[in-house]
Ligand binder design. Structure first.
Ligand code: NAP
Ligand code: HSE
Length: 439
């Protein structure tokens, strides 16, 4: 092969991810050149605090706080700064100057992805983002390329490592949400603003990106239904364990067929849910991530690994870099996304799920029948009922605990039943309402 000119690489950011990208680019320079067919020359690294970047191992002579000149003089720009601005302006500048761009910035893609992808398409540049979802796990490329000829039915993933760590510690060690969060903070798993993780915002951003790819449809972040893990109690975790379930924060994107409730579309949602312990996602422990994909022809696939970490994320960035650089050397089109399907994004009301509802009821004749009637009036079918009565100091309590498992019904039907139960005189309290997935 004829030798290609060196390709100039601009790196924006040298934090946890950027410093590792810089190190690997420098250490593996010869190997990467052999793989690409051209030298990858790290032309400069943009940061605000140069001394901090030097301490994390980036050579001083590469560091600059002047982004613009570096961006417009580079062939490929890697954005690992995070945040919306100036990252967005820098990426647009790079694309408009003809550079391919690699980004790990899920927050930016989930909120301004359309503008960035449209710009890339208009100028014939490429935008790569394998690192934006589940870091080291290859999931973007499989959805974008390997499954491009198949029809994805459902994507169900644990895409936030810190919340998986928290729920796993509550399950395995029986500790409280607060104690598990303190451990996750101590280990540096949570974002600087922990609500991004525990309220499900980070998972919702990733769900929007995955759903857009899987269903060839633009999925705006605001249409992703989201609940976090902050209301999950130790009692819910131990009840789940006793019943053969585990609670996981799942990002779910699925095709919903047309039915008596409305048109066909896509549902994208993030919430804590019960899944059977035997489900492949039930075996994902600690801060690991996994994405379970069901496609019409391929069947069930699972992608598992580290969903965060500087060096792990750098691996995905470098994979994109090799793809982008090879495209420069060989020419021709790169990866292309399609939003041709343009399916409607359905509200949470349309989603069919099972529920597990735990109630404290007055232990009197006829109460069970009244509860059953409430479900039946709401057109929700009961699948299982378990009743227990507490005995304290040899005396039976006047309150019975009912654990009701339902068959699938729409979220709207189930919410109406829960409201009717709350209003019922026989119900003293509802201690847990949680969805069940993966059955
Ligand atoms: P980080 O440690 O906070 O590093 C950010 C870097 O960007 C720092 O070097 C910072 O420089 C630089 N920077 C930020 N704003 C800047 C500005 N206005 N001008 C110049 N430089 C600026 O972040 P990170 O953890 O490496 O994450 C980077 C990106 O990767 C984010 O989009 C994140 O969501 C994504 N990501 C991270 C992980 C992970 O595990 N860390 C996993 C997947 C995806 P100063 O320090 O000088 O301010
Ligand atoms: N806060 C994220 C997580 C980091 O816990 O998974 C990776 O995006």
């Amino acid at each position: 092969m004829q030798e290609y000119r060196p390709l100039r690489i601009a790196l924006l950011g040298a934090g946890s991810v950027g410093s590792q990208v810089a190190r690997l680019l420098i250490e593996n320079k010869a190997e990467l050149a052999a793989r690409v067919g051209a030298e990858l020359e790290l032309a400069g690294v943009v940061v605000r605090d140069i001394e901090k970047a030097v301490k994390s191992g980036v050579p001083r002579e590469l560091l600059t706080s002047e982004a613009e000149e570096l961006i417009v003089s580079s062939d490929i720009v890697i954005e690992v700064m995070g945040g919306i601005e100036p990252a967005k302006s820098y990426i647009l500048m790079a694309l408009k100057s003809g550079s391919d761009v690699i980004t790990a910035n899920k927050a930016l893609l989930a909120t301004h992805g359309t503008e960035l992808f449209d710009t890339a398409e208009q100028v014939g540049a490429q935008l790569y983002f394998e690192a934006a979802v589940a870091a080291a796990i290859p999931i973007i490329r499989p959805l974008r390329e390997s499954l491009a000829g198949d029809k994805v039915i459902r994507v169900m993933g644990i895409v936030n490592g810190s919340t998986n760590y928290i729920l796993d510690r509550m399950d395995v060690a029986g500790i409280s949400l607060q104690d598990a969060m303190a451990e996750a903070t101590e280990l540096g798993y949570l974002e600087a603003d922990p609500s991004l993780d525990v309220e499900g915002f980070d998972a919702a951003q990733k769900a929007a990106i995955l759903a857009s790819l899987a269903f060839h449809t633009e999925v705006p972040l605001e249409k992703v239904y989201r609940e976090g893990i902050t209301k999950i109690t130790a009692e819910q975790i131990s009840a789940a364990k006793r019943d053969g379930y585990v609670i996981k924060l799942l990002a779910i994107a699925e095709q919903v067929p047309a039915d008596e409730h409305g048109e066909a579309g896509v549902s994208v949602r993030v919430y804590p849910t019960l899944i059977p312990r035997t489900h492949p996602l039930g075996a994902v422990h600690g801060a690991y991530n996994a994405v379970f994909v069901e496609a019409e022809a391929a069947g069930q696939l699972m992608f598992y690994g580290s969903g965060a970490g500087g060096v792990q994320t750098a691996s995905a960035v470098l994979g994109d870099l090799v793809s982008a650089a090879k495209r420069h050397v060989a020419g021709g089109p790169g990866l292309a996304d399609s939003v041709h399907a343009d399916l409607p994004i359905l509200p949470i009301d349309r989603v069919l799920t099972r529920y597990q509802i735990t109630l404290e009821v007055t232990d009197q004749p006829g109460v069970l029948a009244k509860i059953a009637n409430t479900f039946s009036a709401g057109n929700v079918s009961i699948e299982t009922v378990e009743q227990s009565v507490q005995v304290k100091s040899g005396k039976r309590s006047n309150t019975a605990t009912l654990e009701v498992g339902t068959h699938s019904a729409t979220d709207a039907q189930l919410s109406a039943v829960v409201q009717a139960l709350k209003d019922s005189e026989s119900v003293e309290s509802i201690t847990s309402v949680i969805r069940v997935e993966g059955i």
